[in-house]
Every structure is written in structure tokens, then in C-alpha cells.
Design a protein around this ligand. Structure first.
Ligand SMILES: Cc1ncc(COP(=O)(O)O)c(C=O)c1O
Length: 447
């Protein structure tokens, strides 16, 4: 019964509850991003350090959410704190003119992202995918885009379609997924331009390309689908997507906002030897500050204003503060050795969780990939797409979520489809804490 976990949670988080009550009179739902809300109310956090965060009640948590994979340098990583301090004291946080420091970070990114010849900085992954789609439309003169069911690419109308349909029946048939707007206020006309395929299902992609020949501007996907748990591509799947995009003259966009530096030491696509035409990146590239980017082949990026006609603006774009934090993150924290260490801790966590699941005698599938991982309650096999992932037991997940938080571990972000992240500042002891808490909670789920 989830009531037990709920009782524990309520008794440990009284100050958060008070903050929530006040915040709710000011912010809808008491939060400034809907994903931060979970029932009955979120913990309100006061600070972070390394792998830990503290809440208003003085509880300390091992954090495996790490701001949805954005803060994986570690909270208050000294290299990033120093970079921010120095730029605030000596440069200024926002100057409104281009700075040469942005060139340095762009080069660091381009060195690691094969096929990226030019980039533009934005402030969020949402903006990055929105502009990438705009560029693809401007380049091709076509309106439609294809995305994968269950994939999240940000909150704009172009792509917030069939991200997390409220009910299974709304998804349409398996052979022809529906384009379901996730948000009220999305015009039908706009939703109709976003066609939905299924990850790892090449037929669903090819059918859309055929039926909409010469109308599709871009095919956007993550190389490893996240926000649906964690779904790796089948062998040869990405290569075949590349072939289909070339055959139908459609731009292939890889969204690396979450997978970049988390699923692999750089972009996940590099591990599969398949290059996109355009790529979006975010989270890690800003070292935990608001920074993201879109980039790709020069022939397409030259379509961006003032060279071309695809408009890209932003008061805060490439602000010196985020650029400095991103540069410190990429040059001082996120190298091959750091990634190997993160990935090995994450693999260890995955292995120990699988053992704990078995020991507790429950059905759950644990997936670890790079420095990330996911748990699907009620599934005994790895799902191949969002529909399969959606069958996961959400009630068991809720017990897990509240039970883990009450034991001082944030197991990942507060939704069944989220992933854990191991940061550069996590250690073996953090994994031990996670496993100890999980052993207790999983046994309870059994009963
Ligand atoms: C794959 C992916 N793309 C885009 C976004 C949007 O990024 P942001 O939250 O910075 O707008 C996210 C956010 O989690 C994401 O996971």
C-alpha cells in the first residue's frame, strides 16, 4: 500500500509542505516546471554539494536526478564555481555583444561532435530543438516533421506531440500512432504537421516518409531514447534511419540534449558511427547553467540569420556566465576518464539493483547505459519502444519513489519514465546508499 510510504514522506517533509502551500498561491502547482511537481508535493531544496542535496527540513539526499542529467559535473563542482566567480567578478554576466569566449566553448563541442561544422548557442534544449526544426523547414521548404512516440524534445508546439499521451487508447494503432498534442493550447493545424513513428520500428518511419513524400523536412530522434526509461537502438537501426533520411531527402536531427555526455563520453551517435545533419545539445554543455545549442553541417547552418532566412535571436544567448561554466565543465570535468568512472559506477548500480530485484522476488527490468539507468516495474524485458515501456507498473513506481526519498535517496527524477544519472562527484558510497535503500523498498513493493 502506498499509504505507508506516503505517511513516512509526510512526516519527514513538513517544512517542504509549508513551502509548497505558500508556493502554490504564487506558482501554479507550486513549481516553475511541471516536471518538478509530484504528488503530494515536492521537497523544496536548499542547496547541493557533490552528489548530495539538502531540503528545507534538513534532510540530506544522495541525488541521482542531478537536475535531469544537467548537473552531472556535480553540485558546486569547484572548477565550475571558480569559472562562474571569475566571470562575474572580471567580465560581467551579460554584455549584449558577442564575446570571444563563446568560440572556445564551441570549438570544444565541435571537437567532440563529429559532423558538426557550425553551431549556435541557445539557453535551453527546448529552444535548440525548436530552432533545429525551423532550420530544417527553411532548408527544405517543407512543413512536416517526424518524431518518435514517447520522445520528449522540449515544450514547444512543434514537438510536444505524443510525448506522454494521457491514456494508452489515445496513442492510436500500433501501425499508425496518432499525433496527440500533450498540451492544451496547441493548434490542431500545428499538431497535424508532426508525424509520429515508433522507435526501433523502421517500417513505421518508412511508411510516413512514403505517404508524405516531399512534405517532410526532418526526422528527429535521440540515438538512445530517454524520457521513456532508457531504450537503446536495435543493431543497425540508426544506420537505416540515416539511409531513409538520405533516400527521402529529409534532414536527420539527433537530439543529444540528454544523452550527450551521459549515454556516452560525447554524443551518443558517435558510438554508432552514424552522423546527423543537425544535432541539438544542452544540459551538460552548460555545466549546470542555462545553455544549449544546435548545430550541424555548414550548408544547413548557413540558413540561419543573418546569413540565411531562418531567424535565431535571444537576449541571453551565449552569455559569458554560461559559456564560462560550460567551458570549465568540458575542459576540466568531462573527459574520457571521468566518463569511464561514471559509467562504471552506473553499471555497478544497475547490477546491484538487478540482484536486489531478484532477491525481493518482484518483476522489474533494470537498464543501465553509459552513466544513466532506468527501472521498469512490472516488466521482465527491455522495452523496444515507448508503447512497451508504457506498460510499466506506475503504482509500484510511486511506492518506490516515495520510499526511496524517505530513505535519503533521490533515485531519479519524479516520474516513472525518468533515468538516474551518476555524476563526476558520485562515489561508491553513494551507490551503496542507493542499493541499501532499494533493498528495503523493493521488499515492501513485493507485499
Ligand atoms: C531529449 C531532450 N530534449 C530536449 C529537452 C528540453 O531541454 P530543456 O529542458 O533544456 O528545455 C529535454 C529536457 O529534458 C530532453 O530530455
Amino acid at each position: 500500500m502506498v499509504e505507508e510510504e506516503l505517511k513516512e514522506y509526510l512526516s519527514l517533509t513538513r517544512n517542504s509542505r509549508r513551502a509548497f502551500e505558500e508556493a502554490s498561491r504564487i506558482f501554479p502547482g507550486g513549481v516553475n516546471s511541471a516536471i518538478q511537481f509530484y504528488d503530494p508535493y515536492p521537497i523544496y531544496v536548499t542547496k547541493g554539494e557533490g552528489s548530495k542535496v539538502w531540503d528545507l527540513d534538513g534532510n540530506v539526499y544522495r541525488d541521482f536526478c542531478m537536475a535531469y542529467g544537467a548537473a552531472v559535473a556535480g553540485h558546486r563542482n569547484p572548477a565550475i564555481v571558480e569559472a562562474i566567480r571569475s566571470v562575474a567578478e572580471n567580465v560581467g554576466t551579460l554584455l549584449g555583444f558577442p564575446t570571444a569566449s563563446a568560440i572556445g566553448l564551441a570549438k570544444e563541442i565541435m571537437r567532440r561532435f563529429p559532423g558538426v561544422e557550425m553551431i549556435r548557442f541557445t539557453n535551453s534544449g527546448t529552444e535548440a530543438t525548436m530552432y533545429a526544426v525551423r532550420v530544417a523547414r527553411a532548408v527544405t521548404g517543407r512543413k512536416k516533421v517526424i518524431k518518435m512516440e514517447g520522445a520528449y524534445h522540449g515544450a514547444h508546439d512543434y514537438l510536444l506531440i505524443s510525448d506522454k499521451p494521457a491514456k494508452y487508447v489515445l496513442m492510436g494503432s500500433a501501425s499508425k500512432p496518432a499525433s496527440v498534442p500533450d498540451s492544451a493550447g496547441t493548434p490542431e493545424e500545428v499538431a497535424g504537421l508532426t508525424l509520429v513513428a515508433r522507435f526501433n520500428d523502421l517500417d513505421s518511419v518508412e511508411r510516413l516518409l512514403k505517404e508524405n513524400e516531399n512534405e517532410v523536412a526532418a526526422l528527429i530522434t535521440e540515438p538512445v531514447q530517454t524520457n521513456s526509461g532508457l531504450i537503446p537502438p536495435d543493431d543497425g537501426y540508426l544506420r537505416e534511419l540515416r539511409r531513409l533520411a538520405d533516400y527521402y531527402n529529409v534532414l536527420l536531427i539527433f537530439d543529444e540534449v540528454k544523452t550527450g555526455f551521459n549515454a556516452a563520453s560525447g554524443p551518443a551517435y558517435a558510438d554508432f558511427g552514424v552522423e546527423p545533419d543537425l544535432v541539438t545539445m544542452g544540459k551538460v554543455v552548460g555545466g549546470g547553467t542555462p545553455l544549449a545549442a544546435f548545430g550541424g553541417r555548414a550548408e544547413y547552418m548557413e540558413e540561419v540569420t543573418p546569413l540565411g532566412r531562418a531567424v535565431h535571436y535571444g537576449t541571453y544567448n551565449a552569455n559569458p556566465l554560461s559559456i564560462a561554466a560550460g567551458y570549465a565543465a568540458l575542459t576540466k570535468v568531462h573527459n574520457e576518464a571521468t566518463f569511464r568512472r561514471r559509467a562504471s559506477l552506473s553499471a555497478e548500480l544497475g547490477k546491484r539493483l538487478r540482484e536486489a530485484v531478484e532477491e525481493a522476488g518482484i518483476t522489474a527490468h533494470v537498464m543501465s547505459y553509459g552513466a544513466m539507468g532506468a527501472i521498469y516495474f512490472g516488466l521482465s524485458e527491455q522495452p523496444k519502444d515507448f508503447r512497451e515501456a508504457y506498460r510499466a507498473d506506475k503504482r509500484a513506481w510511486r511506492r518506490w519513489w516515495l520510499g526511496m526519498i524517505s530513505r535519503g535517496v533521490i533515485p531519479y527524477a519524479g516520474a516513472w519514465f525518468e533515468e538516474w544519472f551518476v555524476s563526476a562527484m558520485h562515489e561508491g558510497a553513494d551507490v551503496e546508499m542507493y542499493v541499501d535503500a532499494a533493498e528495503e523498498v523493493l521488499k515492501r513493493i513485493k507485499t
